[in-house]
Design a protein around this ligand. Structure first.
Ligand SMILES: Nc1ncnc2c1ncn2[C@@H]1O[C@H](COP(=O)(O)OP(=O)(O)OP(=O)(O)O)[C@@H](O)[C@H]1O
Ligand SMILES: [Mg+2]
Length: 177
C-alpha cells in the first residue's frame, strides 16, 4: 500500500521513469524500500514540509498523508526515512525497517503491486529491482516495450505473460509478512 502511494506521488510529479528497489535481508534483519523518479522534484523547504502530516499541495484536500505515514511506519519499526530531491531533476525516497519488528506491516502481494503499476500506467516506465535473501527479480518495462514493439504493455496477452513471469520469479522469495 505504501509503495503504490509513493509511486503515485512520482506519477503525479510527472515522472517518466520510476525505479523501485526492494531489499529484504533476513540476516541483517532489515527491509529497504527505495523509490526514485525523474519527476518535478522538490526544493529543501518542500522536502521539510511534505514530512508534516498536515501539508499537501493538492488543492481539494486538506492533508497529504502518503509521505508522513510511510515515514511514521519506518521510524516506528526501528528504521529510517530519507528524501533526497532536486527541483527539475527528480526525487528519491528511501525507507528502512527492522524486519523482525512486531509492527512491521505485511509486504502484501508484490506481484499485484507490480502489475497494477506497470499495466495501470502504460505511459510510465518502471525498473523493479527486488531482492529477497539472495533471490532477485529484475524487470525493466523499457526492455519489455522494445520487445513488444507496437503491442501495448496492457494487452491481455502481455498481462498474462507478465503475471506468469512475476509468479515464477516471486514464488521462490519468502515474502515477509
Ligand atoms: N516524488 C515526488 N516528486 C515531487 N513532489 C512530490 C513527490 N512526492 C510527494 N511530493 C509532494 O509532496 C506532497 C505530499 O505528498 P503526500 O503523498 O504526503 O500527500 P499527497 O500526495 O498530497 O496526498 P495523499 O498521498 O494523501 O493522497 C505532494 O502533494 C507533492 O507536492
Ligand atoms: Mg501521495
Amino acid at each position: 500500500m505504501h509503495i503504490i502511494d509513493i509511486v503515485q506521488n512520482s506519477i503525479s510529479a510527472g515522472a517518466h521513469l520510476i525505479a523501485v528497489n526492494i531489499l529484504d535481508d533476513k540476516e541483517k534483519d532489515i527491509i529497504v524500500i527505495e523509490v526514485k523518479d525523474d519527476g518535478s522534484g522538490m526544493d529543501a523547504d518542500l522536502i521539510k514540509r511534505v514530512q508534516d502530516p498536515f501539508y499537501t499541495t493538492k488543492s481539494h484536500k486538506k492533508v497529504g498523508l502518503g509521505i508522513p505515514l510511510f515515514k511514521q511506519t519506518a521510524e516506528h519499526c526501528d528504521g529510517s526515512f530519507e528524501i533526497t530531491s532536486e527541483p527539475g531533476k527528480g526525487t528519491s525516497i528511501r525507507a528502512t525497517f527492522k524486519r523482525s519488528h512486531v509492527d512491521l506491516p505485511p509486504m502484501g502481494n508484490l506481484k499485484d503491486t507490480i502489475l497494477t503499476l506497470v499495466v495501470g500506467e502504460p505511459s510510465v516506465d518502471f525498473v523493479f529491482n527486488i531482492s529477497f535473501d539472495g533471490n532477485h527479480l529484475f524487470l525493466d518495462t523499457r526492455e519489455i516495450k522494445e520487445e513488444l514493439q507496437d503491442v501495448p504493455i496492457n494487452h491481455p496477452e502481455v498481462i498474462k505473460f507478465l503475471r506468469e513471469y512475476l509468479e515464477e520469479n516471486l514464488k521462490t522469495m519468502e515474502v515477509a509478512s
